[in-house]
Design a protein around this ligand. Structure first.
Ligand code: AMP
Ligand code: MG
Length: 337
């Protein structure tokens, strides 16, 4: 009798593990959206349906939050319309405002008039005159988002969620994956990498930090359930007639593309929206201010590369970071609190 029970139990366990295996699969999808190349891979039941949902979510968010698509909610706000935001749009507007306050204005969605004037929205790059910059800085209106019942409008100026939309979308993707019972997933939205859980074999994800100068990586970060989000001028820039290189992150304080010796900033954190906004903000702050900001704020780590080849790695991520030989890096420093 006992033998029979054991045999039945064993058969049941084998059967259960087989049905489990048969359904769990790893699938990936790659596509272009949000102005960037996107790859998403998930391991779970019905991975194909999950990926279809994911692609659709990215495209929907782009339709709503792009500042360059003329019918997006953001474009309509920028055109002076009152909109009725859906819950996700209300949330990203709220989060963007919080991150602006948290970074004391280094992350500033209202910098959009300058992003546009320098040609980063169209690719028709130009160097605005000092007086134009001065005038447009007057249109960078902190706190211009207003609510009126269920409606939202701008009291003036224009906004751009380009520095936070990919991170927020990543958070929504991972939340949806969790709800669908996915235990392992990796999304890469043009250098914004967000991981759900560990790799299917249980080991940590290895995320390469790209060199700003070529296709090599300057180092690898091992993460589980975290994101690694990088901002760098090398992602979009132009060479001015004056011979200078101008990148797409604009200082809300000067109205000019940031040029402070920082070439790339990666933020490692739990939440994508926070890491995305922070990577943009720390890039604006510059090496010393950015590291001071890290020292005085909790909940994230930083990998920051300067144009003189110093790579700063904060202590929380130090043991999970492995340097790769690269022309971009001359020395690596651990930063402690
Ligand atoms: P990221 O790649 O996340 O650093 O975001 C850069 C994008 O955010 C730019 O292409 C602009 O659309 C927008 N942006 C530029 N400068 C700022 C800034 N200081 N604060 C917030 N968003 C910005
Ligand atoms: Mg960002």
């Amino acid at each position: 009798m006992l033998k029979r029970v054991v045999a039945v139990l064993a058969a049941l366990i084998v059967c259960m593990s087989f049905t489990g295996c048969a359904k769990k699969e790893t699938k990936s999808v790659s596509f272009f959206a949000m102005d960037t190349f996107i790859t998403i891979s998930v391991t779970g039941d019905d991975a194909k349906a999950t990926l279809d949902w994911a692609k659709n979510l990215v495209e929907t968010n782009e339709q709503k939050w792009s500042a360059t698509l003329p019918d997006s909610l953001i474009s309509r706000l920028n055109a002076g319309e009152k909109i009725t935001p859906d819950a996700d749009t209300a949330r990203i507007l709220e989060r963007a405002a919080q991150m602006r306050d948290y970074t004391l204005g280094a992350f500033e969605p209202a910098v959009y008039p300058l992003v546009r004037a320098w040609g980063f929205t169209t690719g028709e790059y130009r160097i605005p005159s000092d007086s134009e910059i001065e005038e447009l800085l007057g249109q960078v209106l902190k706190d211009s988002v207003r609510r009126d019942g269920g409606q939202t409008y701008l009291a003036g100026g224009m906004i751009d969620l380009g520095g936070i939309a990919k991170g927020m979308t990543g958070d929504m993707l991972l939340a949806g994956f969790r709800e669908r019972g996915v235990a392992s997933a990796l999304i890469n939205l043009g250098g914004n990498v967000q991981a759900l859980g560990a790799k299917p074999d249980g080991s940590a994800w290895k995320i390469g930090i790209q060199s700003p100068y070529d296709d090599s990586v300057i180092g690898v970060v091992s993460i589980k359930n975290k994101c690694v989000i990088t901002s760098g001028a090398y992602e979009r820039y132009f060479l001015g007639e004056d011979g200078q290189v101008y990148g797409h992150i604009i200082s809300p304080f000067t109205g000019r593309p940031v040029s402070n010796g920082v070439v790339s900033v990666s933020v490692i954190a739990d939440e994508g929206a926070e890491a995305d906004a922070l990577s943009t903000a720390l890039f604006v702050m510059g090496e010393h201010e950015a590291l001071d900001f890290w020292r005085t704020h909790e909940g994230f780590d930083v990998i920051l590369l300067t144009d003189s080849g110093t790579l700063y790695v904060t202590e929380g991520i130090w043991k999970d970071f492995t340097e790769r030989s690269s022309l971009a890096v001359k020395q690596v420093c651990e930063i402690k609190r």
